[in-house]
Design a protein around this ligand. Structure first.
Ligand code: MN
Ligand code: MN
Length: 300
């Protein structure tokens, strides 16, 4: 399977997971079960009163970041901060507290790096890592880590957020190269949990109602991603846990898209996803992966 197909599937997976999860964001698993049985359709609604197939900040911030990277030809903190600021001015349907606070701070100082804070360990930087994973595909580990931090620190400057962002980016990049799920588990997910026990996802309680705290989010995503065997099963499993379901859906959709590829994304979800969003995701995926210069067919 082509790397570009996997990249496209990762971006569409992110958007589909976001749209699917947003319907049940902040609900408890038993409330979801009472209302939907199993929630598995792009219905819109939810606390944001979305249209069917409409996405939220997880996808729209990723697209804003992707645009900034394409305009600059690289991951640049100031360009990312300006893009996020313009995104906030355009009154997005939802915005995280840490994102808002640190973007308002950026407006005042012009410094595209939030001050270090242990408390800014929400999932707001991790939900939008995909454009960085694509734009730095094939680059050195140090370059990838630096790019991860540049984009993340605009709003989230925390060791836990960084660890998750970098882990997710390396997982996506290995999946784009055709790594198997087991490789991602042993080379990335287990080492993250070994370094930071907060990220343990095995031999711990089944995650339900995951919060926006990055370790809760990653725990739910990893349990769903590693314990299912296809794109659809992974996304349904993670969003029915409720909580920050649009964000767990988005991150799980990104990983599952990169791993399983375009052919495994259900047609019914692809059709329901907002058309402009779908076109933007597919276009950015191709352009960002081309920008990286990391495709084998482009090296010679
Ligand atoms: Mn959201
Ligand atoms: Mn969310």
């Amino acid at each position: 399977m082509q790397t570009t197909d996997r990249a496209t599937a990762a971006y569409l997976g992110l958007a589909i997971g976001d749209a699917l999860g947003a319907t049940v964001e902040f609900m408890m698993p038993r409330e979801i079960a009472a209302q939907f049985g199993t929630h598995d359709k792009l219905l819109g609604g939810g606390w944001l009163h979305l249209k069917p197939g409409q996405v939220t900040d997880d996808t729209t911030m990723s697209l804003a970041l992707g645009n900034a990277i394409l305009e600059q030809g690289k991951v640049d903190a100031l360009a990312a901060a300006q893009a996020f600021d313009a995104w906030m001015r355009a009154k997005p349907v939802d915005i995280g507290n840490t994102v808002r606070r640190n973007l308002l701070q950026f407006r005042k100082t012009g410094i595209p790096e939030a001050p270090y804070s242990e408390h800014d360990a929400g999932n707001g930087a991790a939900m939008r890592v995909l454009p960085v994973a694509l734009a730095t595909f094939g680059q050195s580990e140090e370059a990838v880590r630096a790019a991860c931090r540049a984009q993340a620190h605009v709003t989230h400057h925390s060791a836990f957020s960084d660890a998750a962002c970098e882990c997710l980016v390396f997982m996506v990049q290995d999946a784009l190269r055709g790594a198997r799920k087991n490789d991602l588990l042993h080379n990335h997910a287990h080492p993250l949990a070994a370094e930071y026990p907060a990220f343990k996802f095995r031999a711990v309680k089944q995650s339900a109602n995951p919060s926006g705290y990055i370790a809760d989010t990653v725990q739910a995503v990893f349990q769903s991603f590693f314990d299912t065997d296809d794109f659809q099963g992974c996304l349904i499993d993670v969003v029915n846990r409720g909580g920050d379901a649009d964000t767990t859906g988005a991150i799980a959709g990104m990983l599952a898209g990169a791993l399983y590829g375009l052919d495994e994304i259900p047609e019914i979800w692809l059709k329901k996803l907002d058309t402009d969003t779908s076109l933007s995701c597919a276009m950015q995926a191709r352009m960002l992966i081309r920008l990286s210069g990391g495709l084998p067919e482009m090296r010679n």
